[in-house]
Design a protein around this ligand. Structure first.
Ligand code: KDG
Ligand code: MG
Length: 403
């Protein structure tokens, strides 16, 4: 079974997505997601200009060997662009292998470890009452886990909080990024009151999560973790920038609030120390940004040895192809923790027909052979690429800060 075609499809059904589609000589196709929010065309070029021609004529069944060939063979290893490109090839090959075997991908990686995948939904509001209303709506829909974010008085825009009731989408169209202003003092003074209000109104019967989005120093994060202990969070996400592994040790020394990180990591090397030294509780790497199903599974297996559970990144800027693949991994690995779920728009879903489903706070991977997701190329062609950037963040005195 040889690869005879490799096509990169860039489309913008409400937001940009990069998809790789591989075809074999016996007519099977496989898809992989290569979307890197705000830097999409760099990955499209990496694939089109440097990878696609290497795939033609290769044995589609040699998934591990192809992964090693693209990773080691480039000499310049790792990094978000390279690893998203490798991920797309790997994911498409798993899709093809599943179709060739007549089995859903989760059966090829060990079969089910659980019946369904617990996901968390997103409750975000400009004010605490608005966030509480969203928590109520998610609990009504059956969610068992909810991430809460709120606007901070005195700041115009806050991470995770949509403007004007729209679904949250941080990337904005245009030739330059939007700028936001951040104040750690205002955030730390206000945000614990959100958790007090949530637990007061809804009690303890569901998991509560929060994303700091890399904005604190270790000692500030330790203070926040301690302040939130009475509200028993499932996790506090990305409390500090992800380069500083030592900082996680300091947070750990001060608080029992569980810590999740890793959505910007691309490889097992990025998270090895955090995992082996048990400095985190949940690893957030995703199929698309961490080298595909093959490499994500390797990270999750390392995590399983060290009491670290999985919690894959799953925002709408990863395509339904990534979500489909993530659910196959989630249902199979022994140390699954939780999966992030942000439903895509109707337009996105129409371009990426799929058969995974959500019911009562749980998600179910497709039972079709392969991943159970595709790209409708005709529909995709109606939505050309639009330049868009993630925002940048400045402190109130104008200094650059992590967004
Ligand atoms: O493209 C950036 C988003 O994926 C990120 O801001 C979302 O932090 C995020 C999350 O936890 O979903
Ligand atoms: Mg996050």
């Amino acid at each position: 079974m040889r690869i005879v075609a490799a096509k990169v499809i860039v489309t913008c059904p409400d937001r940009n997505f990069v998809t790789l589609k591989l075809t074999t000589d016996d007519g099977l196709t496989g898809v992989g997601d290569a979307t890197l929010n705000g830097r999409e065309l760099a990955v499209a070029s990496y694939l089109r200009d440097h990878v696609c021609q290497l795939l033609i004529g290769r044995d589609a069944g040699r998934i591990e060997d192809t992964w090693q060939y693209l990773y080691r063979g480039a000499y310049w290893r790792r990094g978000p662009v390279t690893m998203a490109a490798v991920a797309a090839v790997d994911t498409a090959l798993w899709d093809i292998k599943g179709k060739a075997a007549g089995m859903p991908v989760y059966q090829l990686i060990g079969g089910r470890s659980r019946d369904a995948v617990t996901v968390y939904g997103h409750a975000t509001g400009a004010t605490i009452p608005e966030t509480l209303d969203q928590v109520a709506s998610l609990l009504d829909q059956g969610y068992r886990a909810v991430r809460v974010q709120v606007g901070i008085p005195g700041l115009d825009k806050t991470y995770g909080v949509p403007q004007g009731g729209e679904p949250y989408e941080p990337a904005t169209a245009g030739a330059r990024p939007e700028e936001a202003t951040w104040s750690t003092a205002k955030y730390l003074d206000f945000v614990p009151s959100l958790f007090a209000a949530v637990r007061e109104r809804f009690g303890q019967g569901f998991h509560l999560l929060h994303d700091v989005h890399h904005r604190l120093t270790p000692i500030e994060a330790a203070r926040l973790g301690k302040a939130l202990e009475p509200y028993s969070l499932f996790w506090l996400e990305d409390p500090i920038s992800e380069e500083s592994h030592e900082g996680f040790r300091l947070i750990r020394q001060h608080t029992t609030t569980p810590i999740a990180t890793g959505e910007v990591y691309n490889s097992i090397w990025d998270c090895r120390q955090l995992i082996t030294e048990q400095l985190i509780d949940y690893i957030r790497t995703s199929v698309t940004h961490a080298g595909g199903i093959t490499h994500l599974r390797r990270i999750f297996d390392l995590a399983a040895l060290h009491h670290v559970r999985t919690g894959s990144h799953g925002p709408t800027d990863l395509s339904p192809v990534c979500l489909a693949a993530a659910l196959h991994v989630d249902v199979a690995v022994p140390n699954f923790g939780i999966q992030e779920y942000m439903p895509h728009t109707g337009t996105t879903d129409a371009v990426f027909p799929h058969s995974y489903r959500f019911a009562d706070g749980l998600m179910y991977p497709s039972e079709e052979p392969g991943l159970g997701v595709d790209i409708d190329e005709k529909a995709a062609a109606a939505y050309p690429y639009r330049q868009a950037y993630l925002p940048v963040n400045r402190l109130e005195d104008g200094s650059m800060h992590d967004w």
